[in-house]
Design a protein around this ligand. Structure first.
Ligand code: GAR
Length: 194
């Protein structure tokens, strides 16, 4: 009998971790899945994602911002879990070149707007939703894309939009975006990596 090899991925997250949790549940609780979230990497030891991953039995590596400069250290952590791809789920640091070289077209990011609108350095989470409301945009959405050496500019894999109403607050926009992320992100990751 042919046994299909499992692909181990790492999820990098800096914050609350709702997307990380969704990815872990989607991949790790489905016996048919050929992808497994084998490691969560965070630059913030106090981030909500740490508690969420631990509760779901996924090991967490805390790598502080300065330690990301140490390629040997970071690659050693990833190799320990045989990581073949990386998914950024609310990860706020720039991905260093050595990771781009090690994982070509194997690093995926989700951004909470319709790139190229409201992308770039400093544009994350609530900042993005505020910018959408302040600009009077009538729609927003999510972008799932490959990561390259420039913030939010790698090849787009998937986008979908949602209306923004004149009465919507940034918090309203955020909940619409989280619903889209939860619906689409794991499936697009699977389709891209398999
Ligand atoms: C998500 O909305 C994600 O799209 C966004 O951060 C949020 C993380 O939420 N990412 C960016 O803004 C990247 N520039 P979570 O911690 O609950 O998954």
């Amino acid at each position: 009998m042919m046994v299909e090899k499992m692909m181990n991925i790492a999820v990098f997250a800096s914050g609350n971790g709702s997307n990380a949790e969704n990815l872990i549940k989607y991949f790790n609780t489905n016996p048919e899945s050929r992808i497994r979230v084998a490691l969560v990497v965070t630059n913030r030891a106090s981030a909500g994602v740490v508690e969420r991953a631990s509760r779901l039995g996924v090991p967490v590596a805390h790598i502080a911002r300065d330690r990301f400069a140490d390629a040997d250290h970071v690659l050693d952590q990833l190799d320990r879990y045989d990581i073949e791809a990386i998914v950024l789920a609310g990860f706020l640091l720039m991905i260093p070149d050595y990771l781009l070289h090690r994982y070509p077209d194997r690093i995926i990011n989700i951004h909470p707007s319709l790139l190229p609108r409201h992308g770039g350095k400093g544009m994350y989470g609530a900042n993005v939703h505020r910018a959408v409301v302040e600009s009077g945009d009538t729609e927003t959405g999510i972008t799932i894309h490959l990561v390259n050496e420039v913030y939010d500019s790698g090849r787009i894999l998937f986008q979908t939009s949602v209306p923004v109403l004149p009465i919507d607050t940034p918090a309203d926009v955020e909940s619409k975006i989280h619903a889209l992320e939860s619906l689409h992100f794991p499936r697009v990751v699977a389709e891209t990596l398999l």
